[in-house]
Design a protein around this ligand. Structure first.
Ligand code: TYM
Length: 339
């Protein structure tokens, strides 16, 4: 068993990243490394150049994301924490897989459609081939499990399709080149929505900072964002079914449940009949209390550039060693002579 997952080092880590993915990374690290399995977590800096970006911001953001992940509980002694750029095998395998991935498959990706919008002709080639690099990220390590939020499910399915076609075309059934990875999606926080719009996911790219809780926000900012979160005038219902038509209310209750480690039914049992005037301060306080240790640790770590660079360098050494055998097999399977 091997766990692999990544995050783009653009912007702050937000509550959606944390509840949808990073908390699971930490749980899996704690459980699985104790049993001798590898957990690889990386910063998808190569993915970040698929959209217009500022080089200095990417450099700083990469280091900040290392600090944020360590603050959340990723332990570089137990997990392999690195950035894609320092493991060139990611970019190499991506090219090898572009021979297997089909234009039609990539054309169906919802992220491509959303991010390119109406301006497909003006979008970068990297934005279109983005999911092939993502497939390389996991196939390179023979990942068995990939902890992600719901929005990455389609990319993971594509990685499986690429692996399957490559194995069919270039390997035998008893000696496949790639393992088919399973996505691990937390049922209770698969899709955290924007605080301003219950139909849009919480995202780093939302221009309004009020739409998300950043893990770097202080207590005042968190309380204010929750207080101003969009809701409806109805009190909280007694059962979850009744939240179906109330996306903003469902989102806040879901965040509470995920953060408190209980079910939506438990939250409703406690707050049934109460309005948001009572529920919002309770949610704000829960968030402040839960995030305070992470924020404090992040502030300590983020300024020590040498220590952060050393974490990435050490992680890359380990990742390069794990990547090498699969990359070699992929070259060989395709008939490419490396000398
Ligand atoms: P990224 O950087 O957008 O997000 C990192 C992780 O956070 C999850 N996530 C969410 N979960 C729940 N609710 C939300 N509102 C929310 N927003 C983000 C994402 O699902 C993800 O798990 N393409 C990826 C990075 C990547 C990757 C990979 C992931 C590159 N290669 C290989 C897994 C395996 C991305 O941009 O995630």
């Amino acid at each position: 068993m091997r766990i692999v997952s990544g995050i783009q080092p653009t912007g702050n880590l937000h509550l959606g990243n944390y509840l949808g993915a990073i908390r699971n990374w930490v749980r899996m690290q704690d459980e699985w490394t104790a049993q001798g399995h590898d957990c690889l977590y990386f910063l998808a800096d190569l993915h970040a150049i698929s959209m217009p970006h500022d080089p200095a911001g990417l450099r700083a953001g990469t280091r900040e994301m290392v600090a944020a992940l360590v603050a959340c509980g990723i332990d570089p002694e137990r997990s392999i924490l690195f950035n894609q750029t320092q493991v060139p095998a990611h970019a190499e395998l991506q090219w090898l897989l572009t021979g297997t991935a089909r234009m039609g498959w990539l054309n169906r990706m919802t992220q491509w459609k959303d991010k390119a919008g109406k301006n497909r002709e003006g979008a970068s080639v990297a934005l279109f081939t983005y999911p092939v690099l993502q497939a390389a990220d996991v196939l390179l390590y023979q990942a068995t499990h990939v902890p992600v939020g719901e929005d990455q499910k389609q990319h993971l399915e594509l990685a499986r399709d690429i692996a399957q076609k490559f194995n069919n075309d270039f390997a035998t059934e008893d000696a496949p080149v790639f393992t088919l990875p399973e996505p691990i999606i937390p049922p209770e926080a698969a899709r955290i929505m924007s605080l301003r719009d219950g139909s849009a996911k919480m995202s780093k790219s939302d221009p309004s900072d009020m739409s998300r809780i950043n893990l770097t926000d202080d207590a005042d900012a968190i309380m204010q964002k929750v207080r101003k979160a969009k809701t409806d005038p109805e009190p909280l219902p007694s059962d979850a079914e009744a939240l179906k038509e109330r996306p903003e209310a469902a989102n806040l209750v879901g965040i509470y449940a995920a953060m408190a480690g209980c079910s939506v039914a438990d939250v409703l049992a406690r707050y049934e009949g109460q309005g948001f005037g009572a529920f919002k301060p309770a949610l704000g306080e829960l968030l402040v209390e839960s995030l305070a240790p992470i924020t404090a640790r992040y502030r300590e770590l983020r300024t020590d550039t040498d220590a952060l660079d050393a974490i990435l360098a050490a992680g890359a050494v380990k990742a390069r060693a794990l990547a090498a055998p699969t990359l070699t097999r992929a070259y060989e399977a395709l008939g490419l002579l490396r000398g």
